[in-house]
Design a protein around this ligand. Structure first.
Ligand code: AMP
Length: 189
């Protein structure tokens, strides 16, 4: 079994690389952002609760996202491994994930951290906004997402660094090149 977190600031390419990783390593993939967008689109109770916050670039509550993650883990008991994208995004979520792993007898194999300079991230997200239909791919929400990332998500990097499972990856370059760097790391886990 192989359990991996793909980590990085907004626009780093986590979703793009995840598509390749899950295929190659046969992993069960969850993006909390995708799940939350689906809840919003379906107008569920959760969706209505998080809509304004997410569209303005803020975070959904730790309670909501950890509940989504736990349900997902429980619903996939026979998987070859999980690939988490966009989760954990706060230290509290990382602590809860540790508890969930213990409860369901899972082990975290590595955290792949995509590193991309901020100017390039903004450029990528504005470009993506032209076709993504995402209400949060506009300049005001992007700025707010960066503030949230700096304040709440960056500390998660140190959390995993202290556990010796953080693997930095250069997220600048072609999709193929970055994927090949990712595979070199995963193959050694
Ligand atoms: P993403 O698709 O990963 O860029 O996530 C889009 C948005 O969904 C984020 O800007 C947050 O508003 C929300 N979101 C996704 N994952 C989480 C999480 N783990 N904790 C809190 N909010 C989240």
């Amino acid at each position: 079994m192989l359990n991996i977190i793909i980590f990085g600031p907004p626009g780093a390419g986590k979703g793009t690389q995840s598509d390749f990783i899950k295929e190659k390593y046969n992993l069960t993939y969850i993006s909390t952002g995708q799940v939350l967008r689906a809840e919003m689109a379906a107008g569920t109770e959760i969706g209505l609760k998080v809509k304004d916050i997410i569209n303005h670039g803020g975070f959904a509550s730790d309670e909501i996202v950890t509940e989504i993650i736990e349900k997902f883990i429980v619903n996939h008991p026979n998987t070859d491994g999980f690939l988490f994208d966009g989760f954990p995004r706060t230290v509290k979520q990382a602590e809860i994930l540790d508890e969930l792993f213990e409860r369901y007898n899972l082990k975290l194999d590595g955290v792949l951290s995509l590193e991309v300079p901020e100017e390039l991230l903004i450029e990528r997200m504005l470009e993506r906004g032209k076709t993504s239909g995402r209400a949060d791919d506009n300049i005001e929400s992007i700025h707010h997402r960066f503030v949230e990332y700096e304040n709440k998500t960056k500390p998660v990097l140190h959390y995993y660094q202290d556990k010796n499972c953080l693997h930095p990856i250069n997220g600048v370059g072609t999709i193929e090149h970055i994927f090949s760097d990712i595979c070199s790391v995963i193959d050694k886990l």
